[in-house]
Design a protein around this ligand. Structure first.
Ligand SMILES: *[C@@H]1O[C@H](CO)[C@@H](O)[C@H](O)[C@H]1NC(C)=O
Ligand SMILES: *[C@@H]1O[C@H](CO)[C@@H](O)[C@H](O)[C@H]1NC(C)=O
Ligand SMILES: *[C@@H]1O[C@H](CO)[C@@H](O)[C@H](O)[C@H]1NC(C)=O
Ligand SMILES: *[C@@H]1O[C@H](CO)[C@@H](O)[C@H](O)[C@H]1NC(C)=O
Ligand SMILES: *[C@@H]1O[C@H](CO)[C@@H](O)[C@H](O)[C@H]1NC(C)=O
Length: 687
């Protein structure tokens, strides 16, 4: 016992110490105040902070001075409005998954934008609609509150623009609750506050933190009854299911006349009659009764027996509620009747009315949710990436698609982060998106190796890694799947990336002296190259001739080598000719990753080997944006071919002479530019 007492005392001291530095686990945001500002509210001693860290979007606003004068409460003087974007979300964290929380959002329009137009917008908690916000007038303060179990380690509170004015918010608060409280709140349903009253309160000051450690707000309740209180505040033994605070329980009301009933009604709006309600009534006897006194009453709902007879216990809080939720009526009247033996009238210390919110849409599959949150954090993705990624369906994140099967939470099936300014390595979390079918990471600055775990994504049929800075080789499993037609794989324009294990060595990137179009390879540039060759040959004199026996050394070893069969396959049996030149024919083809290429096949009668060798040697020495890229070669007996970058737009020679199928006629400026670009390509010096 003594040990227990000491332990309790210690626990008390520790919690008291925590209380000194703000409120444990509370998140209190005064939306719209200057970034980085925080202050202590002089009524509650709660410390409020600015929005930063919780949201990136929106703008800070001040309500009109007309209303500033009316409302002395600092919390409502600023707000954050969201003129941009359909959905803007606050991310509340830290939150412990599976724990119970109270979340409260408060709004006062206050004509902050000077238009005097009251907006209508939706507020979502995660994937579920929380409340449709409507305002009767500019200085109406509306508070909405929900008690909910955390499904994730964050909560997202999203404001949705429905086209009726920019959404805004004044205050956002999160309070941890004991998990033993409000057992009707669980993973599949929440409670939305309808009203929470403190009958018998001596004044209109709300009771909340610190009198209520959970910062529930208990409002005064006025009506035709007698306030009833103890001369001094007494300690009430808690009802652990609800823990109504002592401050609230130590006041009560009783009927004006000792023999009357204590009635209270709550009318429903039309839209509310379909809702399910829970009414929690909290009782505690405040008077030490004589032995000949008895306070005993029964409860009825709309005239039908509900519960009782019941006698409140002295200084002990007890809660009564309807055994099942109330629903389907326009009006509910609860009456407390004195029993025949009772010498004292009924009393009521506190009551709460909540409506039940079923979670129809839970959330995106938990693993996918966590992964995409990680990816978002890793790459600092901007865009509309807020709230739940897949839900509600109408507001899913840009650049991703989800599968919606009513019997399972949605999963992410495609992710497009093309041109998103990503840098660093491929995030390991991508490997946890197990339902993904299509992944586009092209046109970023991603570095490092293409990780093996991508091969574990068994549903993946499209993978685009093009235009990054990956190094190493593509995992063979991916290549195999690509060869078997199970995966569309693109990885071009990665300077240091190889497509097979044999090319693990770092290799250089070679360009070829050719110009803007494929035509160049075929016509114009055959000529061009002759000139360049000529210029160049002088300098290379004295070097050993480049011959077939050396093919395995020098640059050939470092470039992609293809077999003649592969060339046939790539060009679909030399089906499409895109140019003809002095030394061969240029065909259209495809690499295994789908990249289009131009393949120059050297004609054998032109002692192809020499020309091929010369041209190939040249290729390694030119780097210029106007010159097409060299991608690989084939040297198998007399079959020699170079694989070059394919450039769309057709044959330049035809284009210049307006001979092509299409009747594009280039104007003088374009022709001049082409001439300049060609000249730059030709005159570009060697490495
Ligand atoms: C809180 O501060 C405001 C302004 O600083 C003041 O007008 C108000 O009376 C204070 N309220 C309390 C309860 O002290
Ligand atoms: C009233 O009190 C009497 C005597 O204590 C008891 O016999 C009777 O059952 C009580 N009536 C009710 C309705 O409880
Ligand atoms: C990804 O988005 C870009 C535009 O941002 C688009 O060009 C590309 O086709 C998309 N990728 C896929 C696989 O849909
Ligand atoms: C990629 O990174 C380089 C160097 O850090 C930078 O100069 C370049 O602008 C980046 N490119 C993109 C598309 O982000
Ligand atoms: C992948 O998911 C598992 C299980 O959900 C988790 O334990 C692991 O940490 C995740 N890995 C990454 C890199 O996110």
């Amino acid at each position: 016992m003594v040990m227990g007492g000491i332990f309790l005392l210690l626990a008390f001291l520790v919690s008291a110490a925590v209380f000194v530095h703000g409120q444990p686990g509370f998140i209190s945001i005064d939306c719209g105040i200057a970034e980085g500002l925080n202050y202590t509210d002089n009524q509650t001693q709660i410390e409020y902070t600015s929005d930063n860290g919780f949201i990136d979007t929106g703008i800070n606003q001040e309500i009109s001075s007309v209303y500033t004068l009316k409302s002395t409460q600092r919390l409502y003087q600023n707000l954050r409005s969201f003129p941009e974007g359909i959905r803007n979300c606050y991310t509340l964290k830290p939150v412990v998954k599976g724990n119970k929380y109270l979340i409260r959002a408060s709004f006062m329009y206050g004509n902050y934008d000077g238009t005097n137009k009251l907006p209508v917008f939706d507020v979502y908690l995660g994937a579920n609609l929380w409340q449709i916000m409507k305002f009767p007038h500019a200085h109406k303060r509306i508070r909405i509150e929900i008690m909910v179990v955390a499904y994730m380690d964050i909560f997202s509170v999203c404001l949705i623009n429905r086209g009726w004015g920019a959404p805004f918010i004044s205050v956002l608060e999160l309070r941890p609750l004991n998990n033993s409280l409000y057992t009707t709140v669980n993973e599949s349903q929440s409670l939305l506050l309808y009203n929470r009253f403190n009958p018998g309160a001596p004044n209109d000051r709300d009771v909340r933190y610190p009198d209520d450690p959970y910062d529930r707000i208990w409002k005064q309740w006025v009506g035709p009854w007698t306030p009833f209180s103890t001369p001094s505040i007494i300690e009430i033994e808690n009802d652990f299911g609800f823990e109504p605070p002592t401050m609230v329980m130590s006041t009560a009301v009783s009927p004006l006349s000792a023999n009357d009933n204590l009635n209270f009604s709550f009318p429903m709006n039309d839209t509310d009659s379909g809702l399910q309600f829970y009414v929690y009534m909290h009782f505690a006897e405040l008077q030490l009764l004589d032995s000949n006194q008895l306070r005993e009453f029964t409860l009825s709902l709309n005239g039908a027996f509900l519960d009782g007879p019941f006698s409140p216990m002295y200084q002990v809080a007890r809660t009564l509620s309807s055994p099942s939720p109330l629903t389907g009526k326009d009006n509910y009247t609860i009456a407390l009747y004195k029993t025949t033996n009772s010498t004292l009238p009924p009393i009521l210390n506190a009551f709460e009315i909540h409506s039940v919110k079923q979670h129809l849409e839970s959330a995106t599959n938990r693993q996918d949710f966590d992964s995409i949150m990680n990816i978002k954090a890793t790459y600092r993705v901007k865009r509309n990436w807020m709230g739940d990624p897949c839900l509600p369906k109408a507001y899913s994140w840009d650049g991703l698609n989800c599968s919606y099967d009513s019997s399972y939470p949605p999963t992410i099936t495609s992710l497009n982060l093309s041109s998103s300014g990503l840098s660093g390595e491929i995030a390991p979390s991508l490997g946890n998106l197990t339902s993904i079918v299509s992944l586009d990471l092209s046109r970023n600055n991603l570095t490092g190796a293409v990780p093996d775990f991508l091969a574990n994504l068994s549903s993946l049929t499209f993978l685009n890694l093009r235009s990054n800075q990956f190094t190493g080789s593509i995992p063979s499993v991916l290549l195999e799947r690509s060869h078997n037609g199970l995966l569309t794989l693109s990885f071009g324009e990665n300077l240091e990336l190889c497509s097979s294990d044999s090319c693990k060595k770092k290799h250089r990137h070679f360009n070829i002296p050719v110009i803007i179009g494929v035509s160049v390879v075929a016509v114009l540039v055959s000529f061009t190259m002759m000139i360049v060759c000529h210029k160049f040959r002088g300098r290379r004199q004295g070097e050993p001739a480049f011959n077939a026996s050396e093919e395995d050394s020098l640059f050939f070893s470092r470039n992609r080598r293809f077999t003649y069969t592969e060339i046939m396959h790539m060009t679909n049996n030399f089906q499409r000719v895109i140019g003809r030149g002095g030394f061969g024919t240029v065909y259209h083809g495809h690499m295994e990753d789908g990249t289009q290429v131009a393949i120059k096949l050297f004609s054998q009668i032109h002692h192809g080997t020499n020309v091929f060798q010369t041209e190939a040697q040249l290729l390694m020495r030119f780097h210029h944006k106007n010159l097409v890229h060299f991608l690989g070669y084939c040297a198998e007996g007399n079959n020699k071919a170079l694989i070059l970058e394919y450039i769309v737009g057709g044959n330049l020679a035809n284009l210049l002479s307006a001979k092509g199928d299409d009747t594009i006629v280039l104007n003088w400026d374009q022709r001049l530019r082409i001439a300049m670009d060609v000249a730059q390509g030709i005159s570009f010096p060697t490495i």
